[in-house]
Design a protein around this ligand. Structure first.
Ligand code: COA
Length: 321
């Protein structure tokens, strides 16, 4: 019995913000951003809610699929529209998925990998036939647009995979997750609660804060560890993987993974140029681009690999159906 990704979808907000626009807001320049990150533009939600994006991605992935066959909705996000109901519950309601249980997870930029890992385990244990795993973010709402060290990096969007329990195919071959303690708080974002008459008010900090160099070093090591682990677990060589779909945080991190595993960069699905880093939505959006490209054939081995806040990292190796 296996669990396979059978369809994917993605959605981006209408507004595309080119690097040039950011040079009018902070002291930076287009070429610096491209050279250090690979990013040329990102999409920013103006009127779209996270739910709008998640539902659009899910609809694209489901197409004319029987709604009643969906038994599980997992939404990975660090920027939910509301605390209650969860984004999962909102997606379930919006799509009329009467048979689904639904909830959110937060594993930052590794969220989609953690979500897929949850889905695989629950589907096998409980015989759930189909699930939606969604990554959705509006990072523009936690970005400090006056901080040139972070505002150049992030964007908004959503991606979704429909996963199915199969009797006779492997689908997911191996998975690996790991949490590392962020002892120096190198990647954080606070949140605000209402005041209470019973407690002293404390300083609130709601921005995403990052020590870029520290996170960069962590990312290069974590991506290598996760990729090595899933290959070893499945007994597969990097050369036998047809495509790699990495988290889109920095082009140089992707290049370093390609070099480390002696793989041509063409085997890595890259869309960071036009999306920036969209945290939990990065991998399912890039996977959708790969699946829509007609490059993937049944039996191809594909690796998803992510890393991010927590700190966290994970990879999943699967066979295309
Ligand atoms: C953020 C990042 C692009 C910065 O690149 P970097 O090569 O590490 O650059 P540094 O932070 O060392 O800064 C180098 C110089 O550029 C400057 N700089 C920083 N941001 C800049 C910007 N947007 N434009 C121009 N200059 C900038 C710095 O102030 C520094 O100047 P100084 O040498 O005079 O002090 C890079 O560290 C990175 O991508 N880190 C990982 C981020 C990530 O993956 N986050 C998400 C994890 S899921």
């Amino acid at each position: 019995m296996g669990v396979a990704i059978i369809r994917t979808g993605k959605a981006l907000p209408e507004l595309k913000v080119e690097n040039q626009r950011l040079t009018e807001m902070v002291e930076t320049d287009n070429q610096w951003i491209i050279d250090r990150t690979g990013i040329e533009a990102r999409h920013v939600a103006t009127k779209e809610t996270g739910l709008d994006l998640a539902v659009a991605a899910a609809k694209e992935a489901m197409q004319d699929m029987d709604k009643d066959s969906i038994g599980l909705v997992i939404v990975a996000t660090v920027t939910p529209d509301m605390l209650v109901p969860s984004m999962g519950a909102l997606v379930k309601r919006a799509l009329g998925l009467d048979n689904a249980i639904a909830y959110d997870i937060n594993a930052a930029c590794s969220g989609f990998i953690f979500g897929l890992w949850n889905a695989e385990a629950l589907m096998k244990t409980h015989g759930i036939r189909r699930a939606l795993v969604v990554g959705v973010e509006r990072l523009s709402r936690i970005t400090n647009w006056e901080d040139r060290g972070t505002c150049i990096l992030f964007g908004d969007g959503a991606g979704c995979a429909v996963v199915e329990l199969l009797d006779n195919k492997a689908g997911i071959l191996s998975s690996f997750l790991k949490n590392y303690d962020d002892v120096s708080d190198c990647l954080t974002c606070g949140m605000e609660y209402l005041k209470t008459p019973f407690a002293e008010d404390t300083e609130k900090d709601m921005y995403l804060r990052m020590s870029g160099t520290q996170v960069y070093r962590f990312a290069v090591g974590a991506i290598e560890e996760a990729m090595t682990a899933v290959l070893e677990k499945a007994g597969v060589k990097a050369d036998d993987v047809k495509y790699f779909v990495p988290h889109q945080a920095n082009m140089r991190i992707i290049l370093s993974a390609a070099q480390r595993f002696k793989q041509p960069i063409e085997k890595f699905q890259v869309n960071i140029q036009t999306t920036g880093n969209v945290s939990a939505a990065s991998i399912p959006m890039a996977l959708t681009d790969l699946m829509n490209s007609d490059k993937v054939h049944s039996g191809d081995k594909i690796m998803l690999v992510g890393f991010g806040g927590g700190l966290s990292a994970g990879a999943i190796l699967f066979e295309a159906v």
